[in-house]
Design a binder for this molecule. Structure first.
Ligand code: C2E
Ligand code: CA
Ligand code: CA
Length: 620
């Protein structure tokens, strides 16, 4: 090649090159020269050198940029601009070069220059910020050298382009991952929220509450006070009005409590009808006031599914000093709640050491009682129930006794409720019933009156069991009376009614124990199959002292008689009480005045003695 001439080939003038494949398009090479002849020749040379690429002849940078943009829209990469401006002003070259570089900053720039024109070099170098993409081919061109240089430039572009593309792919992958991570986080947030919140009310649930308490204690900033709130007798709302009504009531009470809990404090629903509150930095007086407010709010009467419903609440309170753990604090509040319930509900109790002692005692009773059942530490005692006027023994009430080698004599008042809670009452109750029926079989005449706790009585097959035990003991059901409290009946009205009907049909008598201490009226209770009511000792205690008690007992006895029920007065300790009770219309009496609870063996002696006494009295 001489005089800057190159071998002439057909110029490639394709705008959208036919050879370009969609998946792997060829590169675009733009040859720019204002000199027609040189342009054609150079295009031919480039096309032959870079076979397979698309070569575009252009008279200037503007045309080159336009063609390159069209090619780029056809998804071609703009690889190389080749400029041949030999003999033209340096300024022209630089301005064309600048246009191309500005439009396609990644493209390689090749300038064919005269070796004796240093100005051209300097002007070109100033145009590009990436001098490594600027290549000079010195005229006259040596074809081999020029080919090698062009191929090197094309190759360099290919490498650069691939790495750019890889970087772009990477970038896209990273963006996709980031989007996915964001979505995942959002989903996780939703799941976390659901895991920590209550579906019904939207406030924190137990898990959320416990987390929050732990976090607050961990910060050790201020005193944290935990309140556990339990609605009293909520179950009966569920039972009588249905679960939807129960849910509605829970939502309404929750909303009312939310309104009085400060924004910095925490309210959570821990379970069915149980709520938790964390107060921060509250004083003792402040807590007392807050508890009273909560009690008032809970006790408000509310309209639920067309019914006026009123419940009360019990609250257990525990203060957490800086050393308290969340587990301990929850346990203390729970024990205090238990104490509040036990003391009569609709109140709050603050945890103290007495509560802790009681809990430990309960625990020891719990474990001791199970042992007692299996090691003959339990025995039955029987207390006579007599005719009010003649003193004739009608029946014996069966009362359980526990003689513990560790704790001495333990009152049933202490251990029966524990057995109720733990469920041991079922086993214990079976033992009591069998024993009492067996003992009664040996007496001539008097029937036996057996106490059944609520849990025991609401067992589904309790009637069948009792009748089975009667058969086992060979005792006619007519000689059995069961004593139930009001709660045993109204806790599950339907089941109680069913059990009562079976027992009554078989001839078993039913007595309502502790009458006057509950809330239900006798007229309401009359719908259940009840034979007899036992008037609580608290009325008997006062009957000789205050007129009101006498009036109450008299009116209860009268009403009971009109409903076809008999009346037994409990806890009669004096002859005066006996006289007052007879005057009030009580047909039967029970109490120390007639006989204390005694062992089964002593019953026979007692019977013989009373019969003897009565015969003597009759003879005199
Ligand atoms: P309750 O059913 O009201 O039994 C009457 C309680 O009053 C008995 O106490 C009895 O000894 C006592 N008592 C009777 N007359 C007098 C009196 O004149 N003066 C005084 N101060 N007390 C009198 P006890 O045996 O300690 O039983 C207490 C409670 O424990 C019972 O009250 C009953 O609720 C429960 N209980 C006792 N035995 C059983 C049982 O076998 N099963 C169940 N489920 N509960 C039982
Ligand atoms: Ca009783
Ligand atoms: Ca009683």
């Amino acid at each position: 090649m001489t005089g800057g001439a190159v071998a002439i080939a057909e110029p490639a003038t394709v705008d959208a090159p036919a050879g370009a494949r969609a998946a792997d398009p060829s590169y675009a090479v733009l040859v720019v020269s204002p000199m027609r002849g040189a342009l054609d020749e150079l295009c031919g040379f480039v096309a032959e050198t870079l076979a397979g690429e698309s070569v575009f002849p252009c008279r200037g940078a503007a045309e080159a940029v336009a063609k390159a943009q069209t090619a780029a829209r056809g998804r071609q990469s703009i690889a190389v601009f080749v400029f041949d401006f030999r003999g033209k002003p340096v300024g022209d070259l630089a301005s064309h070069l600048r246009q191309a570089h500005k439009a396609f900053p990644h493209a390689e720039l090749v300038v064919i220059a005269d070796p004796c024109d240093p100005n051209a070099f300097a002007a070109c170098a100033r145009v590009t910020t990436a001098p490594e993409t600027l290549t000079f081919l010195l005229a006259p061109l040596h074809p081999d050298e020029a080919r090698r240089a062009l191929r090197r430039v094309a190759e360099r572009y290919r490498t650069m382009n691939e790495s750019l593309r890889a970087a772009a792919t990477r970038e896209r992958a990273i963006m996709r991952l980031e989007t996915e991570a964001r979505e995942l986080r959002a989903r996780l947030d939703i799941a976390m929220h659901a895991a920590r919140h209550d579906g019904l009310t939207g406030i924190l649930n137990r898990a959320g509450f416990v987390d929050e308490l732990a976090a607050r204690l961990g910060r050790r900033r201020q005193m944290q006070t935990v309140l556990l709130i339990d609605l009293d007798r909520f179950k009966s709302v569920n039972d009588t009005l249905g679960h939807d009504a129960g849910d509605d009531l829970v939502r309404k009470i929750c909303a009312a409590m939310s309104a009085i809990v400060s924004p910095g404090d925490v309210l959570a629903r821990l379970g069915g009808d149980e709520f938790g509150i964390i107060l921060e930095g509250a004083t003792t007086a402040g807590v007392a006031e807050f508890c009273s407010l909560i009690l008032r709010v809970c006790a408000q009467s509310r309209r639920v599914f067309g019914h006026e419903v009123q419940v009360s609440a019990s609250i257990g309170v525990a203060y957490g000093d800086e050393n308290a753990s969340q587990v301990e604090l929850m346990r203390h509040a729970d024990l205090a709640l238990y104490a509040a319930k036990k003391e009569g509900r609709n109140r709050y109790r603050v945890y103290d050491t007495a509560i802790d002692k009681a809990a430990k005692h309960r625990l020891s009773i719990e474990s001791g009682l199970e042992r007692a059942l299996n090691t003959n530490q339990l025995a039955m005692a029987y207390q006579p129930i007599v005719k009010a006027d003649t003193g004739e023994v009608m029946a014996f009430e069966a009362l359980i006794r526990w003689n513990s080698p560790e704790y001495g004599v333990i009152s049933p008042v202490d251990f029966v409720p524990v057995a109720e809670e733990t469920g041991l009452i079922l086993e214990l109750g079976d033992w009591i019933t069998r024993q009492a029926l067996k003992d009664c079989r040996r007496w001539n005449g008097p029937y036996v009156s057996v106490n059944l706790s609520a849990r025991q009585f609401l067992r589904h097959n309790v009637a069948d069991r009792i009748l089975q035990y009667a058969e086992d003991a060979d005792l006619p059901p007519q000689r059995i009376q069961i004593e139930l409290t009001e709660t045993a009946i109204i806790d599950d009205v339907e089941r109680a009614d069913q059990n009562l009907k079976i027992l009554r049909a078989a001839g078993v008598r039913v007595a309502l124990d502790d009458f006057g201490t509950g809330y239900s009226s006798l007229v309401y209770l009359n719908q259940f199959a009840i034979d007899c009511i036992k008037i609580d000792k608290s009325f008997v205690d006062n009957i000789t002292r205050d007129r009101q008690s006498a009036v109450i007992v008299a009116s209860v006895a009268k009403l009971a008689a009109s409903l076809g029920m008999s009346v037994v007065a409990e806890g009669v300790e004096t002859a005066d009480q006996q006289q007052a009770l007879i005057a009030a219309g009580c047909g039967a009496l029970q109490g120390y005045h007639f006989g204390k609870p005694m062992s089964a063996q002593d019953v026979a002696v007692f019977m013989a003695k009373t019969i003897g006494d009565r015969m003597l009295a009759a003879a005199s």
